[in-house]
Design a protein around this ligand. Structure first.
Ligand code: ADP
Ligand code: MG
Length: 320
């Protein structure tokens, strides 16, 4: 679905390239996180995929199309197949929730009868049916982001790009948004979510691609994030790190999320001066080790046969 071949992107008048030899292959139906510190190049990847920027060298293909070869007038057609969600929602402030979502369909030239069917179904999908008559400012941040997601997926894009979609949200709401993106992925949409919030990847365990200064430094099929260790007595810290990385038979049989802290971490957690953070971390490691041994259902699914919306603009365009 997405293929980067030795992609270099150097913005004018900058000392080093924003992307420096990136190779990536994201198959249709996959959910991938793009993580990395601020400035590592995540938004540049998204902007290149939207053809808002062009590569300096290398090649990008989206659904078999070479982005450096498509002409300017073909860009709307490319974007029609992409849904995009941003940190700042970008809703139309004076339109109702319903109209924010319906507007995309009108722009695409969808028949009114179909709009009346698809918009309520999409609002239902994101859990906002009861709020369809409200204006964006009457919604919480998490609800506004769900509207933005509804708007991005109402045209049934093959690829959903999300650039820091949880950047303005509290941790609980962020987890809900990630779970919603996961459900959208399960219906067959490829999802690429850029985030600087490493810990969010634990909410839904999927592929994790990490950028550092424009280079891919990690690419794990089922990545996880471990919080930096709490500052503890070095002797205690040592015993934590000595914990074997292999899973016990017991933990392998436990269902994911069910893993119990192993004995050594329980003891650690009980020590004065430790708030249980180390114990939690140990338990997480154990769960991870266990999960690594449990075959995960392949998230790749056949492409949905739903008719691709035909017409013009994308959520990006109408959101501006
Ligand atoms: P991230 O989204 O991971 O924070 P970006 O892709 O926005 O990273 O930025 C990567 C690097 O490219 C940074 O060093 C940033 O300053 C630089 N950069 C991004 N956009 C531009 C631009 N339009 N002009 C010049 N430099 C830019
Ligand atoms: Mg960014």
């Amino acid at each position: 679905m997405i293929r980067f071949e030795n992609v270099v992107k150097a913005y004018p008048r900058t000392a080093r390239p924003a992307l420096d030899g990136v190779d990536l292959n994201i198959p249709q139906g996959q959910f991938a996180y793009l993580v990395g510190a601020s400035g590592s190049g995540k938004s540049t990847v998204i902007r290149l995929l939207l053809r808002e920027e062009r590569v300096t060298s290398g090649r990008i293909q989206v659904a078999g199309r070479d982005l450096s070869r498509i002409r300017r007038r073909e860009i709307p057609r490319l974007r029609r197949d992409l849904g995009v969600v941003f940190q700042d929602f970008r809703l139309l402030p004076d339109k109702t929730i319903y109209d924010n979502v319906a507007y995309v369909m009108h722009v695409l030239g969808t028949r009114p009868k179909q709009v009346r069917e698809v918009v309520p179904a999409t609002l239902e999908l994101v859990g906002l049916s009861a709020m369809s008559r409200r204006l964006p400012h009457e919604l919480s941040g998490g609800e506004q982001q769900r509207v933005a997601i509804a708007r991005a997926v109402v045209k049934k894009p093959r690829l959903l790009l999300a650039d820091e979609p949880t950047g303005n949200l509290d941790p609980g709401t962020s987890r809900e948004i990630v779970r919603l993106l996961g459900r959208i992925n399960e219906s067959g949409t490829t999802v690429l979510m850029a985030t600087h919030d490493d810990s969010i990847v634990n909410e839904l365990r999927r592929r994790v691609i990490e950028l550092d200064a424009g280079r891919v430094v990690r690419d794990e099929a089922d990545g996880a994030y471990f919080a930096p260790r709490p500052q503890v007595d070095p002797a205690v810290a040592h015993s934590t790190s000595a914990e074997p990385p292999t899973a016990t038979a017991e933990s392998v049989n436990a269902s994911p999320g069910d893993a119990q802290p192993v004995e050594s971490t329980s003891r650690l957690g009980a020590q004065p001066g430790l708030d249980g953070g180390a114990a939690h971390q140990g338990a997480q490691r154990q769960a991870t080790a266990a999960r690594a041994l449990i075959p995960r259902r392949d998230s790749a699914q056949p492409e949905p046969q739903a008719a691709r919306a035909a017409g013009a603009a994308t959520a990006t365009e109408v959101g501006r």
